[in-house]
Write a protein that binds this ligand. Structure first.
Ligand code: HSE
Length: 433
């Protein structure tokens, strides 16, 4: 039996600093639960934006190798983020037989399978609950609680920054740039906030979740990604009038082993549970074969919630190490084969189309003619205001249509001389449960 469990932390930003505080508060209890001391031995602090507090300076090291090559360190907690040098650090730690805890969604989305394979080869543990959904234990729910069930679909809100922006714009009518600034001040946004608003951060998390939910190999290229950067107050108010709220959704669906994996702003019924998830909150609606529909919601970003997820991984891995049970997660060893992933050719959805059209006779018949020729059936139409010269917004919602045909017909509409700007296309999801 081990005499102690030693931890090395790579990075000392918002999450690491919250983790340090939560760990220190609970250390006495942890030591007594595991009957061996659990210690933070070293923290690699070089290059941090956060100043290192006096009481932590004694643990601070300036070279990651001081942690990676330290044979007494059992668990490396990687909280640097980004691909380089985090990937090399993690691979080196696994080679040295160390267990890993990481919140690094970009790294796991891009290189997760290589990292998992190495963990399996070296029989080490990896915990990455903090990479998806902040403080919500969604990965643990999928990996453990639902291990014997079958996930049919997941509808999720998995980027706190985008949700914060969209809900403020919906409730208070604020401007995109001002609300983004607020999210940055609160520490929700990524170092590069364009990853939040262009859908990449959600796609990273969805790729990680999709692998576990469907035990399939997945790459970022499989994810259809659109962000919220072009959403205007006009779309928010048209959606409202039609009975919908706009949310950036991450969607996973398994239909007869054909997988849909997509992130995009979506019109969802204003009466639905997800439409009521506001601010930095994240949410997951998981539909399963046997347990039926489940929902999890909570803080998807921020120091304490994310550090709570790191603590959960620490408890699980420490328990395995103390009991000399170095078995890696059986779920990650199931991720071998690749299921069929749907492309735009196979996706069927309803759509919201906002045309910027000249207010002239015959415009509608030109648009509806193109839609009709491409088998796109119209469900409703709204036109607001009237301009003698210049353009007016015309909103059309469609019945279910094929995504490829839809985009083909919009490209044709946008070439019409009566259309003055690129048409806004958003998907509608009526049944999200
Ligand atoms: N930038 C992320 C978000 C942080 O806004 O959700 C949590 O991953």
């Amino acid at each position: 039996m081990k005499k102690a469990i030693n931890i090395g932390i790579l990075g000392f930003g918002t999450v690491a600093s919250s983790f340090y505080h939560i760990f220190s508060e609970q250390k006495g209890e942890l030591d007594s639960i595991f009957s061996v001391p659990i210690n933070i031995k070293k923290i690699f602090t070089r290059g941090n934006s956060h100043p290192v507090p006096e009481n932590i300076k004694k643990l601070s090291v300036q070279n990651a190798s001081d942690i990676l090559e330290d044979k007494e360190i059992d668990i490396v907690i990687e909280l640097i983020g980004g691909i380089h040098p985090a990937k090399d650090f993690i691979l080196q730690a696994i080679s040295g037989g160390k267990s890993i805890i990481t919140a690094n969604k970009a790294l796991l989305a891009e290189h997760g399978e290589e990292i998992f394979k190495k963990c399996i080869d070296k029989k080490t543990n990896i915990g990455f609950e903090a990479a998806v959904g902040g403080g919500i234990p969604i990965l643990r729910a999928i990996k453990n609680g639902l291990a014997g069930d079958k996930v049919k679909s997941v509808y999720s809100i998995i980027n706190g920054t985008s949700n914060f922006i969209l809900s403020k714009m919906t409730k208070e009518g604020g401007k995109f740039e001002d609300v983004l600034k607020k999210a940055q001040e609160k520490g929700y946004a990524e170092a590069d906030p364009s990853l939040d608003i262009n859908g990449t951060d959600s796609a990273h998390k969805l790729a990680i979740l999709g692998r576990l939910a469907f035990s399939t190999s997945l790459s970022m290229k499989d994810v259809i990604i659109e962000g919220i950067e072009n959403i205007t107050q006009l779309d928010i108010s048209f959606a409202k009038e039609l009975g919908y709220t706009i949310k950036l959704l991450g969607i996973l669906k398994d239909e007869d082993s054909k997988i849909e994996i997509r992130v995009h702003p979506t019109l969802i019924p204003s009466s639905s549970l997800l439409s009521k998830i506001d601010g930095v909150f994240n949410a997951f609606l998981v539909n399963t074969k046997f347990a039926g529909p489940l929902s999890l919601t909570g803080y998807g970003a921020g120091g304490n919630p994310t550090a709570s997820a790191v603590m959960g991984d620490l408890m699980e891995i420490a328990s395995r190490l103390v009991n000399d049970d170095s078995h890696h997660d059986f779920i990650i060893s199931k991720i071998k084969n690749k299921l069929n992933i749907k492309t735009k050719k196979d996706i069927i959805s309803r759509y919201y189309l906002r045309f910027s059209a000249m207010d002239r006779p015959g415009v509608l018949s030109k648009i509806s003619g193109i839609l009709g020729e491409n088998s796109i059936s119209i469900s409703s139409m709204l036109q607001k205001g009237r301009k003698v010269e210049g353009s007016v917004p015309i909103v059309i919602t469609t019945h279910e249509a094929n995504e490829e045909e839809l985009f083909k017909s919009i490209a044709l509409c946008d070439k019409l001389d009566v259309i003055s700007a690129k048409t806004m296309v958003l998907r509608i999801e009526d049944k999200i449960e």
